[in-house]
Design a protein around this ligand. Structure first.
Ligand SMILES: Cc1ncc(COP(=O)(O)O)c(C=O)c1O
Length: 315
């Protein structure tokens, strides 16, 4: 297959069965990490950029600015390099060093904001930094993944429609929340075209999205220290909050049992399925979204010394 641009190489139809996750049920993991940007955020990034182009706010030679925990930044770096836009990515200390190097190699400016916000995270500080930059240079275009309908639209139009097309019938969908674009887009689509699907939102302990108390978090991508504007709480049938040690344990177990390295947020989703495992009716078809793969986390999730230092001995 020949593509004209790297950003078109979206692999939306890859699923792997996880036969040992929930006995008596079928579990399918949707693999989003096998594209040139390495994550589900390639679809989000392309949707945000094309929407800004269609609205006429993004014109040749413009500078794009966006806040990211890493993956959206990599995807936007790649798209902006191809389309000829300058790009500034505002990240925080939880962003992997290799992700920052990846963005810089693609020509992006990377700004690390390390001021802890009132909820123990960095998102409010990252956004405050962007507001200051845009005020100083009104020509900068902030795509704003947290409030932009083009974010969930990517997952309504692609991620969820592919899920239903490939799996035909879905009893449960387990989906993580960060900007909540994947959750909102997939939930809206399934409410419309598969109303029998139960949607289980997965968030991190310490994230405030679903109203839980704030706290420090280390795994990038999942959770937020500020509720995104595009979040719609009524879309979830249930919410599971996962502690980081449980997410890491699942990642490491999957590696040893299924030969697959996944990112920390996939571990959270798997931990949520395991918590549910006894409650699934026999024969249930369960889908889970894996936003990225694990190579980016070799120095953290899969590194014994890092795990021991930050999470202690895993049971
Ligand atoms: C690894 C990872 N998992 C989960 C998410 C959450 O996806 P969303 O922002 O669509 O809620 C992200 C978002 O950046 C991510 O990078």
């Amino acid at each position: 297959m020949i593509y004209e641009h790297t950003y078109e190489m979206v692999t939306d139809d890859l699923f792997v069965r996880l036969p040992r996750m929930a006995p008596g049920c079928e579990v399918f993991l949707k693999i989003e990490g096998l594209n040139p940007a390495g994550s589900v955020k390639l679809k989000t990034a392309l949707s945000l950029v094309e929407d800004a182009e269609h609205r006429g706010v993004l014109t040749p030679g413009a500078r794009v600015i966006e806040s990211s925990s890493g993956n959206l930044g990599i995807a936007l770096s790649s798209i902006c390099a191809t389309k000829g836009y300058a790009f500034t990515c505002v990240v925080d200390p939880n962003t992997n060093a290799t992700s920052m190097d990846h963005m810089r190699a693609l020509g992006a400016e990377v700004v690390v904001v390390d001021t802890v916000d009132a909820n123990g995270g960095f998102l409010q500080s990252r956004i405050a930094h962007i507001r200051r930059r845009v005020e100083a240079d009104p020509a900068m275009v902030w795509l704003n993944q947290y409030a932009n309908p083009a974010n969930p639209h990517a997952h309504y139009a692609q991620t969820a429609s592919t899920l239903l097309k490939e799996l035909q019938h879905i009893d449960y969908l387990f989906v993580g929340a960060g900007s909540t674009g994947t959750f909102v887009g997939c939930s809206r689509y399934l409410r419309e075209f598969s109303p029998e699907t139960r949607i289980v939102a997965v968030d991190a302990v310490g994230s405030v999205i679903f109203g839980a108390p704030p706290g420090p978090r280390l795994i990038p991508g999942i959770g937020a220290s500020r509720i995104p504007e595009l979040f719609e709480p009524g879309l979830a049938d249930d919410v599971v909050l996962v502690a980081e040690e449980d997410a890491v344990r699942e990642c490491r177990l999957l590696a040893r049992t299924h030969g697959l390295l996944v990112g920390g947020s996939t571990g959270s989703v798997l931990a949520a399925i395991r918590r549910y495992a006894d409650g699934f009716p026999a024969g249930s078809r369960i889908a889970a979204i894996s936003p990225d793969l694990g190579e980016r986390y070799l120095g953290t999730v899969y590194n014994d010394a890092w795990v021991k230092e930050h999470l202690g001995a895993l049971a």
